[in-house]
Design a protein around this ligand. Sequence first.
Ligand code: FAD
Ligand code: SIN
Length: 404
Amino acid sequence: MEDRVESDFLVLGSGIAGLVLALRLARLGSVSVVTKKENHESSTNYAQGGIASVMSAEDTFELHVRDTLECGAGLCHPDAVESMVREGPARILDLAEWGVDFSRERAGGGGFALGMEGGHSRRRIVHARDMTGREVEQVLLRAAESDPNIRFFDHWIAVDLLLESKITGGRGLPARRDHCWGAYALTGGHGPIVPFVARATFLATGGSGKVYLYTTNPDIATGDGIAMAYRAGARIANLEFVQFHPTCLYHPEARSFLISEAVRGEGALLRTLDGDRFMPRYDSRAELAPRDIVARAIDAEMKRRGDKHVLLDASPIGREKLLARFPTIAATCARFGFDIAAAPIPVVPAAHYMCGGVVVDLQGRTDLPGLYAAGEVTHSGVHGANRLASNSLLEALVYATRAA
Ligand code: FAD
Ligand code: SIN
């Protein structure tokens, strides 16, 4: 094993943010991608609903901005939201050009089929049936693995940033006067610890859902990037805003399997165990209110009635459409003994998304020179107190492109 790895650029993480960074940086120099498990293992790989973007004549940038700000409960940064929304369509087309096979309105390649989710006033969710993340992850990985300028280090865990102040002994410098020259990483769970040296380092380590017992996130989501940036003195913000997804399958072995908000977008209804449709009592948008409102309503109903879960009734969608649009969800439910088209399924909220993170500017720069960040690890200002559904993949795409 090398005792030191050098490249022009170091990317930590291989979800959507890390792979877009790597692919774009590879045009400028050599890239090392350090990633904790197999290179596809990431929250990105499990994303279901899709990517929000203004892609139809019935929609406008103003409406997407308004929905995002409203969902963020007054804490979004309007300039960040506005510029992300306007850049969205170009970034979706980049993905399609890379080869992502998004669902189309008509077989053979009509316009993008657009889904609906909570908090959106228009249909604007570009998706690949109910496995958008897997499709995006696989296409980007294939491209990155065949790029001669990109080298993957799978099963390597970044543990700390490599700081100028630590090398020179000048500890305690404020981050803005220090410099990041890479990161230390270990493999095999114990080491040795190897320095990865680079001219610029990019955090793309995702979120921190695994802080919670019940979460939709995979095991890699342990907030490592936030911790490393914090230890290096970079500013961190809004960690109190953890988003809970309203509908995960309630089953002892389902590990909080997500039932996409897109299922409610197509007409599924929430009911208590005695069949009462409760959401209209909480919000005029009912099942399609922003997800913080829906998750709190479910929690309130469970506490009021002493129930362990509520029910999601997908029968209004119809079996044929359900199986065509949500094949993965239907198959997973079937594995646990539920026929989603025939009877309501048990669901509960679970921790889903870290709205805060490492503070970045509009170009993905952190406070620490030499350190950039993109994706769920960041606080870019676009999500405020509560992220609008399917704005996460969009944010990662936009900021990874800009940071590169
Ligand atoms: P991730 O995709 O999580 O990638 C993080 C990477 O960093 C991984 O490769 C990981 O191994 C690596 N890593 C972590 N720590 C270290 C370390 N110490 N050293 C080295 N590598 C490390 N958002 C949407 O917009 N639309 C959706 O439909 C949607 N559906 C979702 C469904 C589920 C089940 C989940 C969990 C999330 C969903 N989200 C969705 C949220 C979205 O998927 C994530 O926010 C987004 O994928 C994050 O991308 P990322 O690249 O920032 O991080
Ligand atoms: C979902 O498909 O419900 C998840 C969408 C998201 O997290 O934005």
